[in-house]
Design a protein around this ligand. Sequence first.
Ligand SMILES: [Ca+2]
Length: 499
Amino acid sequence: MMNKKLMILPVLALGAGIAQAQNDPNHPNIVFVLADDMGFSGIHAYGGNLIPSPNIDFLADNGIVCDNFRSTPISSATRVCLMTGKYQQRAGLNHIYSEVDPMDGLDPAKYPSFAKILQQAGYHTGLIGKWHMGQDIKFNPLNHGWDVWHGYTMGNIDFQSHYNTIHEKDWWDGKTRKDEPGYVTTLINKYSCQFIKESVAKKQPFFLMVSENAVHVPMQGPNDPPVRTDSTCPYRNDEKMTDTEYRRVYQDMVREMDKGVGEIMQTLKEQGVLENTIIIYTSDNGGEAVAAQKYPGNNGYFRGAKGSAYEGGCRVPLIFYYPKEWGHRHTEEAMSVVDMMPTFLDMCGVYNPRKVDGVSIYPTLRNGKAMPKRKIFDALTGWMNVVDGDWKCVWTKDKQGQDKLELFNLYTDRNEEHDLSAMFPDKVAGYKQDMLNWWADCTKGTRLEGRTTWNSGWVVELKDKLAKEGKSMMDLPFFQQAMGKALMNPVKKSGKKRK
Ligand SMILES: [Ca+2]
């Protein structure tokens, strides 16, 4: 079925047009569920071992299961790609937004999100859960085109006490901070269903983004006590857990998220809009290293983990559920998180007026059309990589600070164990130049211009700034606390090495 595209017109005129056609298949509703730190096999449908996810599995069993999708390896970066359809470096971001600087965020005036386009086209837009694109009110989701937001500004909060990583209670209703008791995933489930009902009552098609806290640390199931309290605020609590305990908690967290997907489907059904709603499930980055150690296999046994340049950092599940139109199948087409924004707009039948890096997945979903051949890039403080079909080139530095360029063939070497750079020096040289060109193009005119991936990202940039003032990170109260001198505990790196 060909979508009739809606141009952006004055809200009232267009809103009224769409409103009369809430069950119009040209403008379906979207429920987009974004898990946090969920690795490739973090759900049963993607091979998760003993992970209870029957509702998400139902989406997979009746939807399109994408086996070759890459997010970025970290939270804020993935969200900027989702919102803008562009690489995060074009918004000047090469890591997460700083949690010690509330003024570090995605400026809605410079980098407007797709939600604004949908809102202007007459969609009702709701974001429930995590934001992580700036703490100051200037960056509030309501300023980015979301009609409704219940959630938290930072990268994660305690599931019970709602303390974020800098020991603030971080739960909001729009622009108002709210002290509301409840396990975070349960609150997210509740507000997601409430948003659907509100949208139906308004007779508007809707886009609901369910932005989960699960399965990010702190690891807590619905019946576990708070980890961050009035007197202590550790970042994580899982390193001392036995493997058995870790798996019990992980399963409890997934179970509650999965229950929410079931509740959302039931609500859609009761409201008479299930048939005309596309449900999408994915994750913002790969599973953490600790998760991969304590729950082997939940990161798909890929090399590396969250934050890494290797596949474990970015390979995550991606499911599109719209059985009446697309049915069930697997696809190996290479897809990137920058593709999601143009895909959302295509699905909604709304014209995209913006230049993006991504390519709409919609024709692939609808007709099985091949995704175009292209190079997909990424970078995070300390590395860059490029994926070109089966080839992947990873650029890091060794311990002596010398460039290290590795080349893998993902078709024959899924786990990136066999570096072929010595066999194909010309290929490596070409990819190196591609990465340099990509970086220069993306960072032009942003705060990253003139920097490299090795000297950008909030930690590096903050260190540079403090050094100019003759200070170090340890002069900041946050880091004094983070090193265990006061309230906070450090973010420890795992000592375990990859075999
Ligand atoms: Ca994440």
